[in-house]
Design a protein around this ligand. Structure first.
Ligand SMILES: COc1ccccc1NC(=O)N[C@H](C(=O)N(CC(=O)NO)CC1CCCC1)C(C)(C)C
Ligand SMILES: [Zn+2]
Length: 190
């Protein structure tokens, strides 16, 4: 089983690489890898196992975080109907997104970052994504809320981006402007 020892931490070069596309349908090796990543999230959300192995409560994990530079991510959290959702995505991408942005009031953390980095991490509020699932089937989904944030956080890992890269260092707690306010400002300029 995967434990925190298998998760590489900031400073490891693999976290800054662009991960490679994965051949679909998945080889059994890549399928097993994706299943082990999902198993980590399940374990990390099980009070007994998480306590025993000192696992941080994970809601998402990208393959580069276990040192494997492949475009594969897993997510396990509750959706807006408070239903448990588990996603294993291969070659995921955002095909369209809202102009509106969202962010976690409390900021973000990362399984690969052993320190607090405070500040607002702007994310698209709503996204339409395409990916392949464990069985190589094409998936098209619309995500919003926390799920959309987790997806964007994991997708960044496939492109060598860490959450704190997105915090405005000059004004870490600047709230991203909703687009309608931006439009009003432009009208004033004319
Ligand atoms: C069961 O756990 C929860 C239940 C309800 C709300 C939140 C959580 N857990 C998390 O947000 N967990 C974070 C997480 O897994 N990640 C994923 C990660 O580091 N992926 O690379 C960081 C999150 C920050 C924003 C989205 C994902 C860590 C870095 C704090 C472990
Ligand atoms: Zn992370």
């Amino acid at each position: 089983m995967l434990t925190m020892d298998d998760i590489i931490r900031e400073g490891h070069p693999t976290l800054r690489k662009t991960a490679e596309e994965v051949e679909v349908p998945l080889t059994s090796e890549n399928k097993q890898l994706l299943e082990k990543m999902m198993e980590f999230l399940v374990h990390s959300q099980d009070p007994e196992i998480a306590e025993q192995y000192k696992l941080r409560p994970g809601v998402g994990l990208a393959a580069p975080q276990i040192g494997i530079s492949k475009r594969m991510v897993v997510m396990r959290t509750t959706d807006q109907q408070d239903e448990l959702v588990e996603y294993a995505f291969v070659n995921p991408r955002i095909v369209s997104h809202s102009a509106e942005t969202t962010y976690l009031e409390s900021g973000e953390g990362c399984l690969s970052v052993d320190r607090e980095v405070s500040g607002i991490v702007p994310r698209y509020a709503r996204i339409k994504i395409e990916a392949y699932d464990l069985n190589g089937n094409k998936v098209v989904k619309r995500l919003r809320g926390f799920l959309a944030i987790v997806f964007q956080h994991e997708l960044d890992h496939l492109n060598g981006i860490m959450f704190y890269d997105r915090i405005d260092e000059n004004d870490p707690f600047k709230k991203p402007l909703p687009p309608q306010e931006v439009i009003k400002r432009n009208e004033l300029d004319e």
